[in-house]
Ligand binder design. Structure first.
Ligand SMILES: Cc1cc2nc3c(=O)[nH]c(=O)nc-3n(C[C@H](O)[C@H](O)[C@H](O)COP(=O)(O)OP(=O)(O)OC[C@H]3O[C@@H](n4cnc5c(N)ncnc54)[C@H](O)[C@@H]3O)c2cc1C
Length: 444
């Protein structure tokens, strides 16, 4: 009888695990359980749940250089080993329809900008990146799902797993209400939306885990011309700044040139994110501007801390993200629709409440954001203008990391984990790779 495997979560981690598990003819029997809808019935506004996970309508920047957000597994794999997984996953992305070119194409031009940034006290990271675009990514996900279905993988959608049941250090089943699912091995890949759920399950199962860093801040929107010179050379540019007052690091992430600000719905709170297309553009650009936060005693629980900040921000915004002009934040005034309507440029996300971000985010983080934008203005003139728009909360929850080995196997031998929700990755490619690693460990 063939081995039976259940994967929870149909994001990049779950899908790539399934592709790896079924690549040979005599593959195990694989079922994917997903709390959200199938790809066809998934509304465009559902950014976090459904087949494809939060990858489906994302900006689709695929990073193939092992710096920054791939660092989650660097304690288990060397850079060289990790690069082989990056190369392997890149080939799969190409096989399933990614045609976007690599950037930066001209490394000398990119190096010149890096040098200019360094001269201004800013560290600029460059990662090799293919930008698929939110309009093209669902097609790539569809190609993967079609192939998996052809191989006999079963998708069970609209089914939220609420309990992982163990007996004598073995997972017996997983449960959704009174539905019971059994298998030989289980892969839990719940993404950021399932991070706190998995943390609670890990506690019940008696798994050891470490709290991870979270990132908290705002999404910054500005006229596309402000970053155009840099983003024409490299789609993915990450500026890192040390702030004078607190000595914190504040970083840009996920730049979306000519893009749109989007809502990230975590079900019990809302955050913001960004995306951009390959074929349709806005006249604004945006990026995430966040501060990494770790906590120690008496609580290290960064996920719950970040979720509470997001909830407080939602409270002030009446269940919508807050929007504030930078000039209003600096002068201590809330923004209003009148001020936003008279702003130099219009916001791309309007399902928001104009307000005062300084009432929601801790003083330290607000100071970091204001100082960081002031410094960034040295290389992106115009970013620090009063009309720059700030959306909050932008929170990057990371799942807390349970103890795992190189195959992402937990202390319970038939329980494997992958993706952002378990602290094994921080982006699409990282999640995909962690799924592949787990899959290789699961095949008996
Ligand atoms: C708007 C937006 C833009 C982004 N842009 C980029 C980008 O350009 N580049 C990049 O690399 N990353 C980007 N990201 C982040 C990227 O999408 C994630 O890093 C990646 O999708 C993580 O993959 P994952 O498989 O770990 O989790 P996810 O993609 O989040 O998938 C997890 C899945 O598990 C399901 N699930 C969770 N709990 C349960 C449960 N209990 N029962 C059943 N199902 C469950 C969820 O519904 C979800 O579908 C973006 C994200 C968003 C929201």
């Amino acid at each position: 009888m063939s081995q039976k495997i259940i994967i929870v979560g149909a994001g990049p981690a779950g899908l790539f695990a399934a592709l790896e598990l079924t690549k040979d003819a005599d593959h195990p029997e694989v079922t994917i359980i997903e709390q959200g809808p199938s790809l066809e019935s998934r509304p465009r506004t559902e950014t976090m749940i459904g087949v494809g996970g939060s990858g489906t309508f994302s900006d689709g920047k695929l990073h193939f250089t092992p710096v920054l957000s791939h660092e989650k597994l660097f304690d288990l794999y060397s850079l060289e080993e990790y690069q082989t997984f990056l190369d392997y996953s890149e080939k799969l992305f190409l096989d399933y329809g990614v045609t976007a070119p690599n950037t930066p194409e001209n490394l000398a031009e990119a190096d010149e900008i890096v040098e200019q940034c360094h001269q201004q006290g800013i560290k600029l990271y460059i990662r090799r990146c293919r930008h698929v675009g939110s309009d093209m990514l669902p097609g790539v996900v569809k190609n993967m799902v079609d192939e998996l279905e052809k191989r006999g993988v079963k998708f069970i959608c609209q089914t939220k797993i609420d309990q992982i049941v163990a007996k004598y250090k073995k997972i017996i089943s997983i449960k959704s209400g009174n539905q019971n699912f059994t298998a030989d091995s289980f892969l839990i890949a719940p993404g950021r939306i399932g991070a706190i759920w998995f943390q609670n399950q890990a506690k019940i199962l008696g798994l050891n885990y470490k709290y991870q860093e979270v990132e908290i801040g705002v999404r910054v929107e500005f006229p596309a011309t402000v970053m155009e010179k840099h983003s024409k050379i490299m789609h993915e540019n990450i500026y890192s700044i040390q702030t004078p007052t607190f000595g914190d690091t504040v970083r840009t992430f996920c730049p979306c040139p000519n893009g749109f600000v989007a809502i990230e719905n975590y079900q019990d709170f809302l955050c913001v994110n960004g995306h951009s297309n390959t074929n349709t553009f806005s006249s604004n650009s945006n990026f995430n501007f966040t501060v990494p936060v770790t906590l120690t005693e008496p609580t290290g629980n960064t996920s719950v801390y970040a979720a509470n900040i997001a909830k407080l921000t939602n409270l002030l915004g009446d269940n919508k993200p807050l929007l504030q002009r930078l000039g209003d934040l600096k002068s201590g005034h809330r923004s209003t629709w009148e001020k936003i309507n008279n702003n130099l440029f219009k916001p791309t996300l309007t399902n928001v409440t104009p307000g005062d971000i300084s009432l929601a985010l801790p003083h330290r983080l607000v100071t970091d954001i204001i100082e960081g934008l002031d410094i960034l203005n040295r290389v992106l003139p115009g970013i620090n203008s009063d009309s720059t728009l700030l959306y909050a909360p932008e929170v990057k929850l990371r799942g807390n990391r349970v103890t795992i080995n190189r195959q992402l196997q937990t202390e319970i031998p038939n329980l494997f984990v992958a993706g952002d929700g378990v602290g094994a990755s921080g982006n699409i490619v990282g999640a995909a790779i962690s799924g592949i690693m787990a899959a290789r460990g699961m095949i008996i």
